[in-house]
Design a protein around this ligand. Structure first.
Ligand code: FAD
Length: 107
């Protein structure tokens, strides 16, 4: 998984975050002598694009670069529109997510 995976989608930390639980589930199944049949990863990837001071859009897509949105994020915000809230996410939220949650397997 991650940047070395030969998957037809963009290589991002966002993709790793969605791939990791699927890989872990499959490894645990193999350890338990079960079939590694979790195909739950749908190609999701996303790139935060800072479009100006205090403005950002989140380009979200899946396999084949088809537009897709994280169900949780899209509940709160339209990621296709330049927004201050998205910029705050990039500046403060994502670093916290990377360092404190993702790297510890909590998100
Ligand atoms: C400039 C830039 C900005 C980015 N911004 C974003 C962003 O905003 N959001 C986002 O989601 N993604 C972003 N990405 C993409 C994201 O950083 C990568 O997709 C993600 O880090 C891939 O994680 P990985 O664990 O697969 O690989 P890596 O993070 O590359 O980890 C691989 C590790 O393996 C180590 N390694 C390599 N060879 C060996 C070896 N022989 N022995 C031991 N260790 C080895 C490397 O040193 C490295 O630490 C960005 C990438 C770049 C370059």
């Amino acid at each position: 998984m991650g940047d070395v995976a030969a998957l037809p989608t963009a290589k991002t930390g966002a993709a790793v975050r969605k791939q990791a639980p699927v890989v872990v589930d499959n490894i645990l199944k193999l350890i338990a002598h079960k079939t590694a049949d979790n195909k739950g990863y749908n190609g999701y990837s996303s790139c935060p694009l800072v479009t100006g001071y205090g403005k950002m859009v989140l380009a979200e897509f899946g396999y084949g670069n088809k537009r897709m949105s994280d169900p949780l994020i899209s509940t709160f915000v339209d990621t296709t529109k330049e927004q201050w809230s998205m910029w705050i996410l990039k500046k403060y939220g994502l670093p916290y997510l990377y360092w404190n949650l993702m790297l510890r397997g909590k998100a």
